[in-house]
Design a binder for this molecule. Structure first.
Ligand code: SF4
Ligand code: MG
Length: 323
């Protein structure tokens, strides 16, 4: 498949200021030298513990947070530094579905207003056309048309997320960052929202960057999976490879915590317990950032940063042991 998105050496560092003169004393390295591609029509899962830089990566790609270094190329166009009207135009092609539908919807707007907001901003439609488009979008996400004049607080979490999805789809984007889209929902309705996202992807040819800490969900959704730790990408592989032969010790630890659906395999599952806390991204360990928690760390890990290396077709990892 064609490449839709190319992320090259992306870094997002947030400066830390101190004192009366607001002197910069350091930087939080939220995302550091991250590279990956997203193919047209696929779902790339992006996983890792909270605070590892997943959301910041998604926001940087959509140009919602400043990029310190590197490049973001969407549909062949370098969008790293575009501004003003050009940026506004490109925003139509890339949208975000947020974790917390409650917080991302304006409580003072009704459904119709929320969904049509991007349309008002970007398209000159007549009142009637606008109404039709809102209904079309409500149909697409399974919301009854009679709800158009209701307000977010009148809905359940799952329905609110449907409103958020309808708004994200309003301008026919090709690429959507789904940032933990079901994490805030009741388990009982998570599957419905996931099914909706999959159905929309099929029908509209959407490409997803699917951010999640839920490895079972990602296994279900993703075509390929990328794993981040403390701002760095540590492994990237086609889904089946990542889940069956994880090569990075961090991925191995994450997967060892996922229960096996097969009871016989569950009985023999070996959990890898990581000791110690995740270090601060303002002061990451030298060499391999995972070394303070890695069960296999050795001398070289403290002095040399492991390169993100190709191990086999489509399988990459950043670990000295997987050379
Ligand atoms: Fe562990 Fe060293 Fe590999 Fe890092 S490079 S994951 S510390 S073995
Ligand atoms: Mg997050």
């Amino acid at each position: 498949a064609e490449t839709l998105l190319r992320v090259q050496n992306l870094s997002v560092h947030f400066p830390i200021h101190k004192g009366l003169l607001r002197r910069q004393v350091g930087a939080v390295q939220a995302v550091d030298e991250v590279s990956f591609d997203v193919l047209k029509g696929e779902t790339l899962g992006l996983v890792g513990e909270s605070g590892c830089g997943k959301s910041t990566t998604g926001r940087a790609i959509l140009r919602l947070t400043p990029i310190t270094q590197g490049r973001v190329i969407l549909d062949g166009e370098d969008i790293t530094h575009i501004e003003g009207e050009t940026l506004r135009q490109r925003r139509r092609k890339m949208q975000m579905i947020f974790q917390d539908p409650q917080a991302s919807l304006n409580p003072r707007m009704n459904v119709s207003g929320i969904i049509s907001e991007p349309l008002v901003e970007h398209r000159s439609l007549s009142r009637k056309q606008m109404q039709e488009r809102v209904y079309e979008l409500m149909d697409a996400v399974g919301l009854r048309r009679s709800f158009a004049n209701r307000y977010p607080h009148e809905f359940s979490g799952g329905q609110r997320q449907r409103i958020g999805i309808a708004r994200a789809l309003a301008l026919d984007p090709g690429f959507i960052v789904c940032d933990e889209p079901i994490a805030a929902l009741d388990v009982s309705i998570q599957a419905q929202v996931v099914n909706l996202l999959e159905e929309l992807q099929q029908r509209l040819g959407l490409t997803y960057l699917f951010i999640s800490h839920d490895l079972s969900m990602v296994r279900h959704m993703a075509t390929r999976v990328a794993v981040m730790y403390l701002g760095r990408m540590v492994e990237l592989a086609p889904r089946e490879k990542l889940y069956s032969v994880p090569r990075h010790p961090y991925t191995q630890a994450l997967l060892s915590a996922v229960p096996e659906p097969d009871p016989r395999r569950e009985a023999t599952r070996q959990r890898i317990i990581l000791t110690g806390d995740v270090p601060s991204p303002a002061n990451p360990p030298s060499g391999c950032r995972f070394r303070t928690r890695c069960p296999h760390a050795f001398d070289r890990c403290a002095v040399e940063t492991p390169a993100f290396r190709k191990l086999s077709d489509g399988h990459f990892a950043a670990c000295h042991l997987s050379e």
